[in-house]
Write a protein that binds this ligand. Structure first.
Ligand code: ACO
Length: 378
């Protein structure tokens, strides 16, 4: 917290003024006008792609969405029936390294490119497989005639129909959520990736470590906590009482406050608008009114104003995921699918600029030299 851990040209965050930019492009413009795959290209390459570059990029990713059949049959089916999808995803990403041993050649740009394509392309397939397995539904193969977000929704939601067509508003919402979660500079999972990748391990092992960091409730799990909190509050009338109990120190207002943003998290604003578009298709999530009520009361309350506590990215995202039919266990998985673009962008940036192994120093506060005491004399 007292020093910069890295130099980076990927993502700019100004927490006091609520600004988030990828390679200089404001998040508001990217979510309105771009696509997740274009943003992934931007994060990695530093510039938006030309038409030719975009076509090649999308084509490459689209044709790497399949996973090895052995991985589906033997690896994924080996999990216990109630395995958490995030546990499955973390292990599956690590397992990819065993299928692509060439990935160890991390200083060969062509090899590196291939692993990046594979990681971005296979994340939705692995995430959907983890979900289907954990709810006891059969695996759905990628359908490469779909675009990236539609393919993901098809692999998650398809039931008996031969071709699944997701509602275009939901496809657009999914893609915008992917863009919003694609990177957030030196967050916990990206920092984990950098530390692990600095040992020069292959990118699958490093991304598995990053994904493990995202599994933690303080990082990828806050939107689940928001849903539990809103459910517990139950009705609008209970909002003032709940706020009072938070101010008295009985728990926190989940989805409020951020280590960096001391202003409205720009992602929360965008997600609130997306929520309305999604609810037009799915019907309103009944927890929305409680969320809006909480926000209104908190933003007018001295306790929250003086501590600069505003809604963060997680305050509304869980409501959308829930309305789309995802179980809460899938929330961190939905975060991981696009965050892999940020992880690999930071991986490449780090390899190109700094190849020193991560080895933080410590302030030693323990004993100095003393002599061993035999057990009988302790
Ligand atoms: N509800 C009530 N009070 C809060 C909240 C909250 N959500 N967040 C902070 N505060 C209070 C603290 O009690 C503290 O008050 P004090 O000065 O009287 O002791 C003050 O605000 C400062 O809080 P810190 O804990 O020092 O802030 P920090 O930057 O360390 O924490 C964090 C940030 C962890 C996000 C915190 O705001 C929090 O716990 N929020 C709820 C969980 C959450 O939404 N997490 C998602 C973050 S976004 C993401 O990771 C993708």
């Amino acid at each position: 917290m007292t020093t910069a851990a890295a130099e980076s040209a990927i993502t700019f965050v100004d927490g006091d003024n609520g600004i988030l930019e990828y390679r200089g492009y404001p998040i508001e413009q990217l979510t309105k006008r771009s696509t997740y795959l274009e943003v992934a290209y931007l994060l990695l390459h530093g510039e938006l792609p030309t038409t030719d570059q975009a076509d090649k990029w999308v084509q490459e990713i689209t044709y790497h969405t399949f996973i090895h059949e052995n991985m589906r049959k033997r690896f994924l089916e080996g999990f216990h029936y109630d395995a958490h999808p995030m546990g499955i995803l973390v292990s599956a990403i690590a397992a990819l390294s065993t299928y692509y041993p060439d990935a160890k050649n991390i200083f060969d740009p062509e090899v590196r490119h291939k692993q990046i394509i594979r990681l971005i392309a296979k994340m939705p397939t692995l995430a959907a497989a983890a979900h289907r397995y954990s709810v006891g539904m059969p695996f759905v193969y990628p359908d490469n005639s779909h675009d990236f977000p539609s393919n993901f929704l098809s692999m998650v939601l398809k039931t008996p129909e031969s071709r699944f067509e997701a509602n275009p508003a939901l496809v657009r919402a999914m893609d915008a959520l992917f863009i919003l979660h694609a990177d957030h500079e030196q967050n916990c999972s990206t920092a984990a990736l950098r530390v692990v990748a600095s040992s020069q391990v292959d990118p699958y092992s490093a991304c598995a470590a990053a994904c493990a960091a995202l599994y933690g409730p303080l990082h990828g799990g806050a939107n689940e906590a928001v849903i539990r909190m809103l459910t517990e509050i139950g009705t609008l009338e209970n909002v003032p009482g709940f706020i009072r109990s938070v101010k008295e120190g009985h728990g926190r207002l989940q989805g409020f406050g951020h280590r960096v943003y001391k202003n409205y998290d720009p992602r929360a604003k965008i997600i609130r608008d997306i929520a309305y578009e999604v609810f037009e298709v799915t019907g309103k999530n009944p927890l929305l009114d409680i969320a809006l009520g909480l926000e209104e009361v908190a933003l007018a309350d001295e306790y929250f104003v003086s501590r600069k506590l505003y809604p963060n990215v997680d305050f509304y995202s869980g409501l959308i995921y829930q309305a789309m039919g995802f179980p809460v266990e899938m929330f961190p998985v939905l975060f991981a699918v696009p965050r892999v673009a940020g992880w690999v962008a930071h991986w490449v940036e780090m390899l190109e600029h700094n190849t020193k192994i991560a080895r933080p120093r410590q302030l030693y506060v323990g004993h100095r030299r003393r002599d061993y005491v035999p057990m009988s004399s302790r």
